[in-house]
Design a protein around this ligand. Structure first.
Ligand SMILES: *[C@@H]1O[C@H](CO)[C@@H](O)[C@H](O)[C@H]1NC(C)=O
Ligand SMILES: *[C@@H]1O[C@H](CO)[C@@H](O)[C@H](O)[C@H]1NC(C)=O
Ligand SMILES: *[C@@H]1O[C@H](CO)[C@@H](O)[C@H](O)[C@H]1NC(C)=O
Length: 325
């Protein structure tokens, strides 16, 4: 320690800087230009953040985009334009693990455009077990990957990136490739977690690993009965109120009419935990990892079977990257 302090005085820098250098040897000792290129203003190997960022760093385009997006539903020829002024509303559901309900995260024109892009790509879903991609009866839905440079995809990614704030470090972490998932009658996804038991290799030559630090699950199509998203181990801050919608729509909406059926957005499930009803445009956000980077088993969840109809949702999995250790 004395040596470090003396060295620091000589060098005219703080001891903590040197300590940082000592505990993060990969930053200083690694000679390859490959690794050092991750520090500072560098291009991300997997995902150009410049694409989504432009949508929320420059809000001057919002007036023109609103008009274009409104006509999107009726006119296939008008290219999608991101409504950077779109506003959504959040409600805390659980603090530990953190679960947040997001109203109106995805707009109707975005849903139209996302579905149009993904429609030809739907294929049977797979799961990762022991590091391998498998198709199993645990997950009977179909899945479609989404190109991140598609304007509607980039638009939703920029909004969700913005939501995350400093949970992702600019130029180091990234949003990960999103996918759409579709359930029809009888299809389900048994209890699973979105995080990986051990971080995955980045496969981009960067000598990094990553894990899914959090998840957004946004419903795009909700014409179904059943199909709730069930977190068997989650506990709410407070149980849902008998007032239902009045409370769970933020207390801002009208009161319940006489004899009106109120459908709460989520409920306490009879087998324990919380069950979220699919509502198009709305999303659930939760944090997958503990601070020590291990997976939080309380975020385990299931896509309950669809009794009838069709449910389509968007998975967004922000990735946190770790240096090779
Ligand atoms: C924001 O967008 C406007 C209109 O497209 C453009 O004129 C302006 O240069 C942009 N500003 C920045 C900081 O990119
Ligand atoms: C990581 O943190 C969680 C929550 O505090 C704890 O339960 C778990 O035992 C920790 N795991 C390790 C390997 O430190
Ligand atoms: C919704 O689902 C029902 C039954 O599954 C079906 O009859 C109806 O046509 C669907 N509506 C739309 C708009 O897809």
């Amino acid at each position: 320690m004395a040596f470090i302090n003396i060295a620091a005085k000589i060098a005219g820098i703080s001891a903590s800087t040197i300590l940082l250098a000592l505990v993060v040897p990969f930053l200083t000792n690694f000679p390859t230009p490959l690794l050092t290129s991750f520090i500072g203003g560098f291009p991300l190997p997997d995902y150009p953040l410049a694409v989504p960022f432009k949508f929320f760093t420059n809000t001057t385009t919002s007036t023109t985009t609103t008009t274009t997006s409104l006509s999107e539903d009726n006119n296939d020829d008008i290219p999608f334009t991101c409504d950077v002024s779109h506003r959504y509303r959040t409600e805390l559901v659980s603090l530990d693990p953190l679960i947040i309900y997001i109203h109106d995260l995805v707009t109707a024109p975005e849903i139209t455009s996302l579905l149009r892009t993904a429609e030809p790509a739907f294929a049977p879903s797979s799961v990762t077990k022991n590091g391998r991609q498998l198709q199993t009866q645990d997950r009977t839905s179909s899945t479609a990957g989404l190109p991140r440079d598609d304007p509607a995809v980039a638009c939703v990614l920029s909004r969700t990136r913005s939501f995350l704030g400093t949970m992702l470090r600019d130029g180091w972490d990234e949003m990960g490739p999103p996918q759409l998932v579709r359930y029809t009658t009888g299809q389900r996804f048994n209890v699973h977690h979105d995080w990986f038991e051990s971080p995955r290799w980045a496969n981009d030559g960067s000598m990094r690993t990553w894990n899914r630090v959090a998840s957004f699950f946004a419903t795009l199509q909700d014409n179904c009965t059943g199909g709730e998203t069930h977190f068997p181990f989650a506990k709410p801050i407070a149980p849902p109120s008998p007032w239902g919608e009045r409370i769970w729509n933020g207390g801002l909406t009208r009161q319940k009419e006489e004899g009106e059926e109120v459908k709460p957005l989520w409920r306490e499930h009879e087998d324990g935990g919380l069950a979220f009803r699919p509502v198009a445009g709305n999303a659930i956000f939760w944090v997958n990892l503990h601070a020590n980077r291990t997976g939080d088993a309380r975020t385990n969840h299931a896509g309950l079977p669809l009794v009838d109809g069709l449910k389509t949702a968007m998975n967004i999995w922000p990735r946190q990257y770790y240096p090779y250790e």
